[in-house]
Design a protein. Structure first.
Length: 69
């Protein structure tokens, strides 16, 4: 996987997977465990949450690595 240290896998409310640097949390509005941030897949502002990579398939991990916030 192309993910660098400090990048986290996120999923938006629409189900899109993407990676975001740990520092992106500074630019997001936190509401409990989720964050309001712009999804890089469709460009819309959405509630996004961290995803544990162990719970994703290889295809899902590859999808997340194609999109960066």
């Amino acid at each position: 996987m192309a993910r660098s240290h400090g990048e986290r896998i996120m999923r938006c409310a629409e189900g899109h997977l993407f990676t975001a640097p740990f520092s992106s949390r500074l630019l997001a509005a936190h509401l409990g465990p989720a964050r309001l941030m712009q999804c890089p897949v469709d460009g819309l502002w959405s509630m996004c949450a961290l995803v544990h990579s162990e719970s994703l398939s290889r295809e899902e991990l590859e999808e997340a690595d194609r999109h960066h916030a």
